[in-house]
Design a protein around this ligand. Structure first.
Ligand SMILES: Cc1cn([C@H]2C[C@H](O)[C@@H](COP(=O)(O)OP(=O)(O)OP(=O)(O)O)O2)c(=O)[nH]c1=O
Length: 201
């Protein structure tokens, strides 16, 4: 089946923009207030970052499938993604507030970490998943650099409390892997998945 659009079950504006840049037409399939989406992102004790992002992406896809059915919308592929920052085995999600953001950025300072993004696409009863892993090395960050960054607000709503697409990009001495994967949607892997789901890219 050739699909002309994909449902995007993600509130992330970056993901929407990246799909647009890829020439993909999207329709939103967002959760309503009754769905407790934050609960999907809870980390299990001892869970490894890779297992975590893959599990959460699958949960997001299941929830989105149920949503499509409940709303009686016409069938089409659905795309979801989950991004997390891993410092060794430690998982850094989105910071709760400035203190957590400060702690996360302090932990990332002068070190190398991984950014993992799992993308999942459904096509009818089938589903496909891809994982992108990127190594990012940060220069040492002083307390005043961190404080100024937090004051600017860019740290919120982002895994690891930073966005490589903004001012924090100047801290990334080395990026090995997928730059768009760090931003939340690896375009190469996404194109592969969407082709599998029947979209012309
Ligand atoms: C590390 C990093 C993360 N991020 C973002 C990408 C993701 O949007 C976010 C991680 O949160 P996610 O839980 O992956 O996604 P989300 O809550 O924004 O949206 P949804 O669950 O509805 O799909 O962090 C950046 O934008 N730049 C970066 O450099």
């Amino acid at each position: 089946m050739i699909a002309s659009f994909v449902y995007l079950a993600s509130a992330s504006p970056r993901r929407k923009d990246l799909l647009k840049q890829m020439g993909v037409t999207t329709r939103p399939l967002l959760a309503d207030k009754r769905e407790n989406v934050e609960q999907l992102e809870e980390v299990r004790r001892g869970e490894l970052p890779r297992d975590y992002v893959l599990r959460v992406a699958k949960l997001k896809l299941d929830a989105a499938r149920r949503r499509l059915q409940a709303r009686g919308l016409p069938p089409a592929p659905i795309l979801v993604a989950d991004t997390t920052v891993a410092l060794g085995r430690r998982i850094l999600g989105k910071p709760d507030g400035p203190d957590e953001a400060r702690a996360m950025l302090g932990a990332l300072s002068g070190r190398s970490h991984r950014v993992l993004t799992a993308v999942a696409v459904s096509a009818g009863v089938q589903s496909f998943v891809e994982l992108s892993v990127t190594r990012v090395e940060f220069v040492p960050l002083s307390a005043s650099m961190i404080d100024a960054y937090i004051d600017g607000g860019e740290c919120f709503g982002k895994a690891g409390a930073y966005g490589i697409q903004g001012r924090a990009g100047t801290w990334a001495r080395r990026v090995v892997g997928s730059h768009t994967g760090v931003m939340g949607l690896p375009v190469f892997e996404t194109a592969t998945l969407l082709r599998r789901a029947g979209l012309r890219i």
